[in-house]
Write a protein that binds this ligand. Structure first.
Ligand SMILES: Nc1ncnc2c1ncn2[C@@H]1O[C@H](COP(=O)(O)OP(=O)(O)O)[C@@H](O)[C@H]1O
Ligand SMILES: [Mg+2]
Length: 396
């Protein structure tokens, strides 16, 4: 069962919001509503977030991301639709119950660090616990631990203005972690940071996540950040979710031209993995190594391969081995069993540069990628048709 679910969420600001929802359901678009002063900030958003996942919501400024996030923790009441958290309908809770859930189970980390200037770093990190009414000694202990987790041990007694921007944002993160809430909602949390520090914070979040396995909804307008962090990514445009999938799904099978143009500048070699582009092992059978050996068995393939990698290896790491040898790179599973091969021609084809004289791939099917001649396996999540959040294509 999913940890968090949004079901047909709408948020309309302005006059007669219910009427506006009915119109939107009937196909009226957002711009038409705007002419009479009504803003449809979120339109029919549905998705599910699994426990321990980082779910990224990505979209340009004004696309409705923050409004969506605020509905997830009940700070904003949806105009229509439901939010289920651990199977509890947040939209049906009384205000007191909702506050209780919010203070114990959900933490927010904002773009601006929102630290109290006249409180020490430790007191800032302990703030969420104070709101929960946790006794002082315990507060101190847990906030100290959380500061340790984000690499700020030793800074407990400092003041916020003695810290760099990156460090202040770590305090914000520590505050969220100290409460033990296992749903973290992060709204452009790293967007105000310089690029290098931002990357550090992304790494740190991924590192922490390996240990803590929180359920995280992370909002960003930055596609590269979305791709680095997201187990799954929802792309928003003008209030609607236009696609949900893994970074690979979004790169390889964009739901529409809008998503495709968004992803144009992404460095595919770092996002696509060996597992996404590999061919069946049989494809390497019968090839000849530079010293004249013909590969006849799977163990021949593994023995002759210029490198052996796992399915999650980014393809950027395959260039050197592929350039050294005409023989395919071997892809193996955790037990070392051969699960696929990446011949050089395939690697080049993914990048849209077919090797001179290379034959067209035979398996170009209807699911072939829009760009480039190679059909790339989209991940399982996107292929499951019954998954309600499998792929939402609205206004495509
Ligand atoms: N309280 C509000 N009242 C009226 N309009 C709002 C309010 N909050 C947000 N909006 C509008 O809703 C749309 C989506 O805003 P927002 O969710 O903040 O987008 P994002 O976070 O993606 O930048 C924008 O057009 C914004 O102006
Ligand atoms: Mg926002």
């Amino acid at each position: 069962m999913s940890r968090l679910q949004a079901e047909h969420l709408y948020k309309v600001f302005g006059r007669r919001p219910d009427e506006a929802v009915a119109k939107l359901e009937g196909g009226t678009d957002r711009d038409e509503l705007r002419t009479d002063g009504t803003t449809a900030a979120v339109i029919d958003a549905s998705f599910a977030v699994e426990a321990g996942q980082i779910f990224v919501v990505m979209g340009l400024s004004g696309s409705g991301k923050s409004t969506l996030l605020r509905m997830l923790n009940g700070l904003l009441e949806p105009t229509a639709g439901r939010v289920l958290f651990d199977d509890q309908d947040l939209t049906a809770l009384a205000p007191r119950e909702l506050r209780e859930v919010r203070s114990r189970k959900i933490s927010m980390v904002f773009q601006h660090f929102a630290l109290f200037p006249h409180r020490s770093v430790l007191e800032n990190a302990a703030y969420g616990l104070e709101v929960q009414g946790v006794p002082s000694a315990q507060r101190k202990r847990r906030a100290t631990e959380a500061l340790g987790l984000v690499g700020l041990a030793g800074w407990e007694k400092s003041w916020p203005d003695e810290l760099s921007g990156g460090m202040q944002q770590r305090v914000g993160l520590a505050r969220a972690l100290a409460t033990d809430a296992d749903l973290l909602l992060m709204d452009e949390s790293f967007s105000a940071l310089d690029p290098l520090i931002r990357r550090d914070m992304q790494d740190q979040l991924l590192e922490l996540q390996k240990r803590l396995k929180k359920t995280i909804v992370f909002i960003t307008h930055d596609l590269n950040e979305a791709m680095r962090l997201g187990d799954r990514i929802a792309v928003m445009r003008d209030g609607r979710i236009v696609q949900i999938g893994t970074a690979e799904d979004i790169l390889v099978t964009p739901a529409n031209d809008y998503v495709a143009s968004f992803t144009q500048d992404v460095d595919r070699t770092r996002v696509l993995t060996a597992g996404a582009i590999m061919a069946e092992p049989e494809e390497a059978l019968g090839t000849t190594t530079p010293d004249g050996t013909v590969l006849r068995t799977e163990s021949d393939i593994v023995a002759a391969a210029p490198a052996t990698v796992t399915a999650d290896t980014p393809i950027v790491e395959l260039f050197t081995p592929c350039s050294r040898s005409g023989v395919a790179v071997a892809v193996t599973d955790e037990e070392g069993a051969l699960i696929g091969v990446v011949p050089r021609a395939r690697l080049l084809a993914v990048l849209g540069e077919p090797e001179p004289g290379a034959e067209q791939e035979a398996d170009d099917g209807p699911d072939a990628t829009a760009k480039g001649p190679v059909a790339i396996k989209a991940s399982k999540t996107a292929q499951t048709p019954e998954a309600p959040e499998g792929k939402v294509i609205a206004g495509a």
